[in-house]
Design a protein around this ligand. Sequence first.
Ligand code: ATP
Ligand code: MG
Ligand code: MG
Ligand code: MG
Length: 450
Amino acid sequence: MNQFKSIFLGTIGKTEDMAQLKRAVDTQKCIRAGGKHNDLDDVGKDSYHHTFFEMLGNWSFGDYFKKDAIAWSWELLTKVYGLDPNRLYVTYFEGHPETGLEPDFEAKQLWIDAGVPEDHIIPGNMKDNFWEMGDQGPCGPCSEIHYDKVGGRNAAHLVNMDDPLVVEVWNNVFIQFDRQADKSLKPLPAKHVDTGMGFERLVSALQDKSSNYATDIFTPLFEKIKEVTGARQYTDKYGKDDVDGIDTAYRVVADHIRLLSFAIADGAAPNNVGRGYVVRRVLRRGARYARKYFQTEIGSFFSRILPALVEQMGEQFPELVKKQDDIKEILDEEEVAFAITLDRGEKQFEKYAAAAIKAGEAKLSGADVWRLYDTFGFPEDLTKLMAEERSLTIDEAEVAQAREKAREASKAVKEAVQTFPKLTVHHIAELDKLGFARTDSEPKYLKGDL
Ligand code: ATP
Ligand code: MG
Ligand code: MG
Ligand code: MG
């Protein structure tokens, strides 16, 4: 919704083309692998979160509002798409007295008017039913629509319970406030609608599949992975049912190639900050899954899956076709770079994990997590995942402490170099190892001798 923000806030210039816009429909390329919306840790494990997905949307800019949005979304799902109304559940905002927000009984009534039985209408809290993009900006109460994959029962109690068979498919947001820096809510000059429907989730409902990964969105990618790795067939098993972990690896690789390709096609490149680090983290996570579960060599793995994605989505998203060579080059380069440390890093991890387990620890120390990052390029989420496989946790605060300590040390080294121009970083590191005295503000390596 970023590109529409100035319309919502009423700050758009009257001469701008978009100022004339009253309504829009679109499919948005969505990435949720960092920041406020981060689903990376779920990917591979559950059947309905991806790092990259298509979000179908309809928008009203000061035009239609709650009444029409609700009636039309019900009509679209039940009449046009033909989903069974008995399997659909809707939610409305229950209010938040602490901040003076009223319950959205208007939405509740409008759902009743649209024909939804009352026992399929559920109140929801601030977290689920008040949509905010970030800490500031346009926001408002929302009504979500959930679909029961089982049917023949009342599944109202399973809504918002992270049940893989009762899944949120669509969110209707009624944008009417602007969250200020001081956290207060300012009413917007006009009321707007911003909805988001997960394409992959909708398809799994329409194709009557229990999982997004069992739809024909993922089949071509799985076939390609099978061809490239020689792995067994994908069987859509989860958790403990996925005994050899192969299905999980299939899901991770298929999900990650989508994120990687679309992000790179849109100009992101792997590096250590911001969106570049999202690309790097996701590639490294995927590469490790591929090596561990498919025993593939890392170096040009993802680029061999890429043609299947380009063939599948290139028509709707021509940037994939246009940028295919760049995507391949960047993926290969990044994979080769990681391949150098992946093996040694895994061995080092095993040592740390074995030591922690032997010492009766339930977690990997922050210093170990940091060293795996600093020396071997293991993103924290990857180490966390590997730790989980050993039933160990990691403590984010401890990792942050280790990171801070390392930052201070490197700052001190830099200062030392400035103070003593002839001293190389290598010398200082050696001196550090020998335990020579040094303060951060005034490096004192045997002053005079250097
Ligand atoms: P959930 O509660 O399942 O995590 P959400 O409430 O975070 O979803 P919204 O921010 O409301 O999701 O996004 C609108 C729609 O986008 C959702 O109703 C869902 O269909 C889809 N969606 C959200 N996150 C994902 C994801 N990680 N993968 C696939 N689809 C998603
Ligand atoms: Mg979510
Ligand atoms: Mg939700
Ligand atoms: Mg939602």
